[in-house]
Design a protein around this ligand. Structure first.
Ligand code: UD1
Ligand code: UDP
Length: 392
């Protein structure tokens, strides 16, 4: 019997690790599976745990408003010391590129516990973009001895860096999560109705789309875009909403104060009020709170296209046939760009507007992007990881 400890702390890690927790739990004869959350995110993490019905065995509960990288790193590192001694796992699993993942991997390696890295090998090789995620992911690779690479390109990167241990190409568990969400929504009309109702309560009723109206889904939260990059992005959204009154623009706004502040300033939002705000001259720009996962997937399914700087959404949206414009200058996910499902547009206002207008008006270009094949797997990544660990 192997003792496994899966450690994660933010919303995207939870989306991508909860299906893996469930997959290991299906083999109680082979694995004793425990979960430690760091609580780097609080509300946004708990939203995902609830959807997947995952109850952590340990919770470091580290989040503080406006936390910095020193806060996260030191609290995770010291908190994990104690958890690792109590749990005494045979393998610690971490995910991707967050500071939770890097610090948890470091803590495990200080106790000589093998680390398994899920979503390993993505690279820009630019330490400043994404920042600090590129460094986190590279450092975590150095600390790991199982590397679960979502694509063969990611595995290639790891091989060229001569990392220690075993590399397995698995696909991305985000597609497993997406399939779980879609199966639940499509297989249960009452649930679909409730989720639609909660979306309306959150501030965006899908009934707005019943007369052929279109909707652009927006998210943005990257540290390297804070400041001027964000201002340019927000100005672009305003221009788009004003120019296209027949299109809705919906932005579930990340809880990071560095994201909320510029949104509030540029759109005159009173931050004390609930984030359920319409803006733009035509009231077709919606700012709402972060959505629960099922609500978000339902909203994405009803969108025409997605404007984002998110990593996970770049992988999910093509799975729903939605073109993605990525508001970043680099991407560690070149497969999607090569496949044609994703286009990098940076944070220049004019480029964001021009590329969005192109997708809204040029059906050939739209069809080409929306029909490209998603390179991130078939929804069986968790199975591959479980299989590899069984054989280890
Ligand atoms: C973190 C990750 C980033 C990931 C992102 C996903 C690092 C360094 N950054 O960035 O890689 O893409 O999560 O969203 O690991 N907050 C809340 N409640 C929440 C979550 C956040 O209030 O549930 C606020 C807090 O004020 C917190 C701040 O947001 O201090 C920033 O959170 P933090 O995890 O430090 O940074 P993110 O930008 O979320
Ligand atoms: N997501 C969500 N609610 C939202 C916005 C995003 O559940 O309001 C999910 C989304 O489906 C994806 C993940 O959160 O799986 C992406 O998280 P985020 O963009 O915060 O982080 P990144 O992927 O950039 O690290």
């Amino acid at each position: 019997m192997k003792k496994l400890l899966l450690v994660f702390g933010t919303r995207p890690e939870a989306v991508k690790m909860c299906p893996l927790v469930k997959a290991f739990q299906q083999h109680p004869d082979a694995f004793q599976t425990s979960v430690c959350v760091t609580g780097q995110h609080r509300q946004m993490l708990d939203q995902v745990l609830a959807v997947f019905d995952v109850n952590p065995d340990y919770d470091l509960d580290i989040m503080s408003p406006g936390q910095n990288l020193y806060d996260i790193t030191s609290r995770v590192l010291t908190g994990m010391n104690d958890v690792l001694r109590r749990a005494a796992p045979d393998i610690v699993f971490v995910h991707g590129d967050t500071t939770t993942s890097f610090a948890a991997a470091l803590a495990a390696s200080y106790q000589h516990i093998p680390v398994a890295h899920v979503e390993a090998g993505l690279r820009t090789y630019n330490p400043l973009s994404p920042w600090p995620e590129e460094l986190n992911r590279q450092l975590t690779a150095r600390l790991s001895c199982y590397h679960f690479a979502p694509t063969s390109q990611a595995a290639c990167n790891l091989r060229s860096e001569q990392v220690q241990g075993r590399i397995v190409v698995t696909g991305n568990t985000v597609i497993d999560a997406l399939h779980i969400a879609l199966r639940r929504l499509r297989g249960d009309a009452a649930l679909m109705h409730r989720v639609g109702g909660r979306l309306a309560e959150a501030g965006y009723p899908l009934t707005r789309l019943s007369n052929g109206r279109r909707m652009v889904l927006i998210t943005g939260h990257r540290r390297e875009n804070f400041g001027e990059g964000f201002v340019r992005m927000l100005t672009a959204f305003k221009e788009l909403a004003d120019t296209y009154p027949q299109v809705d623009f919906v932005y579930p706004v990340h809880l990071n104060p560095n994201v909320r502040r510029p949104v509030a300033e540029i759109f005159g939002i009173d931050t004390a009020q609930e984030w359920r705000v319409k803006a733009g001259v035509h009231c077709n720009l919606f700012f709402i709170n972060p959505l629960e996962y099922l609500e978000f997937i339902l909203l994405m399914e009803h969108s025409t296209l997605v404007l984002t700087d998110s990593g996970g959404i770049q992988e999910e949206a093509p799975g729903l046939g939605k073109p993605v414009l990525v508001m970043r200058d680099t991407t560690e996910r070149p497969e999607a760009v090569e496949a044609g499902t994703v286009r990098l547009v940076g944070t220049d206002r004019r480029t964001i507007v021009a590329e969005t207008v192109r997708l809204l008006t040029d059906s050939a270009c739209y069809n080409q992007m929306s029909h490209a094949v998603n390179p991130y797997g078939d929804g069986h990544a968790c199975e591959s990881i479980v299989h590899a660990i069984m054989q280890a």
